[in-house]
Design a protein around this ligand. Sequence first.
Ligand SMILES: Cc1cc2nc3c(=O)[nH]c(=O)nc-3n(C[C@H](O)[C@H](O)[C@H](O)COP(=O)(O)OP(=O)(O)OC[C@H]3O[C@@H](n4cnc5c(N)ncnc54)[C@H](O)[C@@H]3O)c2cc1C
Length: 619
Amino acid sequence: MEVRPEPDNPQIPISEREHRFHNKIEHNSTFDFIVVGAGSAGCVCASELAKANCSVLLIEAGEELQNSSLIRIPRNSHKLWRTEADWHYNTVPQKHLNNKILPAERGKTLGGSSSINHLIYVRGSPEDYNRFAYQYGLGEDWSYKSVLTEFKELEKVDADRLGLSSSTTISSRGTNGELEVNIPYPAKQDAVSFVNAGVEAGYARNIDYNGSHGQAGFSLSQHQVSPLSHRRQDAFNCFCEPICRKDNFHILSNTFVRKVLLNENNNKAIGIEIEQFDEIFNLYCAKEIVLSAGSINTPQILQLSGIGPRKELNRLDIPCKVDLQGVGRNLQDHPSSVIAFMLKPEVSLNTNRELEYAAVQSLGYIQSPSIIADEKRDNIKYGCDLQLNLSSGFVSSTRKFFTPIATDNPELWNHDKTLIRQILIEKAQEQERLTENVVPPQVIAIVVMLNLCRSRGQLTLNSNDPHDKPNIDPNMFENENDLNAMMHGLREAYKISQQPSLQKIIQQATLSKEVLDNDDLLKEYLRKDTGSTWHHCGTCCMGDVHNNPNVVCDSKLKVKGIDGLRIADASVLPFCTSGNINTAILMIGKKCGKYIVSEYGGGMMKKSNNTNNNYTARL
Ligand SMILES: Cc1cc2nc3c(=O)[nH]c(=O)nc-3n(C[C@H](O)[C@H](O)[C@H](O)COP(=O)(O)OP(=O)(O)OC[C@H]3O[C@@H](n4cnc5c(N)ncnc54)[C@H](O)[C@@H]3O)c2cc1C
């Protein structure tokens, strides 16, 4: 159905969209600001600039798919993986995971990865941001007290619906932002059982893990889904769509950025080289360029532009313009592993499919003994290093988890669990191609995710061809402490499953006591079982530019040694925040937009086409 462009409905009708977002731009056009990548951070940053009436161009390599039900209906998003809306990335073989290659989906459409993700809404722990501020030299502006302003500005929560009654709880949440946050309602039986079981195992009940009491404890999970329309709240839909008719806001989809152009002295970013409709040409910016191409593509674009570790660039025959050691380093991702459980035959969780928009409907935050030891040793407060998610129903459709097919194939439960998982994954993939319906859930899983991982990997290029996929190496479990923390997580997950509330609904577990009780066997299980959580970050990290040679951006997100170039996306995170990272990245986009507006003021220079601009790009 077409959306009519009425004053109270600012959405662009389908018939106009092709022209609006997929049009030809004249060579050498100049804008005040260019934002590269319309993903989570890019959309927020560009909208911040557009709202301040700056002339801004937002460029996206992927297609415009906002009217596709695959994006709009949250539970469909996995069907976009490995389609034209995904970059089709994989990691390199993971040395410490028995050389397993992990899929690394990344969104390639207006909305970026926020259009294909699982929608779990987590700010991260206050301790993460305080560490950014004081341990990583970013200063007060990145402390939790300060970033709370942006978190509140971004979100729109319905306090009643979230069950936030006291005024202190409400005061830490935003009610007027563009992004609607929702909670499963009514909560599903397994989600409630999991929270209760966490409490029975001795953990706190936490009404709001994004609120004033911090993360620790067990809660229902919050999601980026509209409570009324049940539509996915992706970054483009929330932040750009409502203002995309503004004259000063230009959005181009299907436009691939090859590199950033620097002036003759290599100290100022003056434009970008793009590919559009099979043509390669330049666009220019009068003020600044913001790279928001994500943690894989931003370091790639920088290196292709000659900004990166000199030795690496020499290897690739790319002239080194600015030697920045940290570009591509420090790559990390949250490792995750699962224990799955068969439900008792009499239990059915298939209550209301409409509400099954989320794979994860409840979660718990705990600390492992290794992080508690670190706290004592470093005299620093860390957040919760483990997140336990209860997944059911819709999890059947993700390749990572067990599927209801197990019920149709009981013999599978008696075999090697890794093999079973592989078979189930393949069957699930086949089945999902065949059916539009979510299979009724008969299995639930506790997903254990390591929030604060110590392992660090890197992103390197294969060649100087911008279309060549980079080498993505999160180097999972390179640090043995990560394995130890994950072992603790799996054991706690099992302990929670043994509590009365979960025992009422589950029967057989996929991980035996024999394996759980034996360090060697459990480590082996983890090496086979662990996968990505799609939280890649850290490849252009921000920090103390004066004292840390691996830092790429300063606290205002400016790339070291270059004027007019900032980065706003997951790559600037010094470390993965505690929990799913999208909310932190939206906040970074907001901060970047605000920094720029406060530096230049709002208001617009005229967009000029075919300008004889004064810049000489050295290509
Ligand atoms: C499958 C999946 C599930 C996830 N689940 C959750 C979850 O439940 N909760 C959560 O908090 N987080 C989740 N995440 C993580 C979160 O969505 C991402 O970390 C976040 O969206 C990244 O934001 P970003 O701005 O850094 O990059 P992106 O959102 O990936 O945006 C980068 C954009 O730049 C574009 N681009 C890249 N290169 C170029 C180029 N050369 N030219 C032009 N454009 C370019 C891309 O196409 C993309 O649109 C998930 C991620 C995935 C992939």
